[in-house]
Design a protein around this ligand. Structure first.
Ligand code: THU
Length: 147
C-alpha cells in the first residue's frame, strides 16, 4: 500500500497519471461516478479508458473494459502488462481506491491468460494506492472451464 504517487516507481507513476488524465474523458451523466483507466502494453504503449454511460444503461461500459477492448483492437497480440484505475464522484478521486467490478475482473483474467504473464493492477485513491501483482489477487478461482 502507498499513500502518494511519489512513492511509486517511475513507470507506475506514469501509468497512474495516465489513468487520472483518462478520468477526464469519462461520460457518466447518470451515475456521476467517473472512472479512468490506463493500460500498459508489452510494446510500451499506454492505452487509456474511461466509463461511458448511456441512457439505455446496459449499453454503457466500465473504464477498465473500455481500455482493454480498445487495446486488443489497437495492438492485437501484444500482451497487457499493467492496469491503473482511479475513480470518484463528480470527477473527484475517492479517498480509498475504487475497486473494479466483477465483470471487469473476469475480462482482465482472460487477457492475463492470453498475455502468458501477470497483469498488475494499481488502484489509485486520493489517500491510498493499492498495488496487486496479478489479477488472481483480485479474482481467485478464475473461470476457465471452456478450456
Ligand atoms: N464503473 C467502472 O467504470 N468501473 C468499475 O469497475 C466499476 C464501475 C463505472 C460504471 C458506471 O459508469 C459507473 O462506474 C457507476 O457504476
Amino acid at each position: 500500500m502507498f499513500s502518494s504517487l511519489d512513492e511509486l516507481s517511475a513507470a507506475d507513476k506514469e501509468l497512474a497519471k495516465a489513468a487520472i488524465a483518462a478520468q477526464k474523458t469519462s461520460y457518466a451523466p447518470y451515475s456521476k461516478f467517473n472512472v479512468g483507466a490506463a493500460l500498459l502494453m508489452g510494446n510500451g504503449e499506454i492505452v487509456p479508458g474511461s466509463n461511458q454511460e448511456n441512457a439505455a444503461s446496459p449499453s454503457g461500459l466500465c473504464a477498465e473494459r473500455t481500455a482493454m477492448f480498445a487495446a486488443a483492437v489497437r495492438y492485437p497480440g501484444v500482451p497487457m502488462k499493467a492496469l491503473a484505475i482511479t475513480g470518484g464522484h463528480k470527477m473527484s478521486i475517492c479517498d480509498e481506491p475504487a475497486t473494479p467490478c466483477g465483470g471487469c475482473r473476469q475480462v482482465m483474467a482472460e487477457y492475463q491468460k492470453l498475455a502468458g504473464g501477470p497483469i498488475s493492477v494499481l488502484l489509485i485513491g486520493a489517500r491510498q494506492i493499492w498495488k496487486f501483482a496479478r489479477i488472481d489477487d483480485l479474482l481467485p478461482f478464475i473461470f476457465t472451464s471452456l478450456d
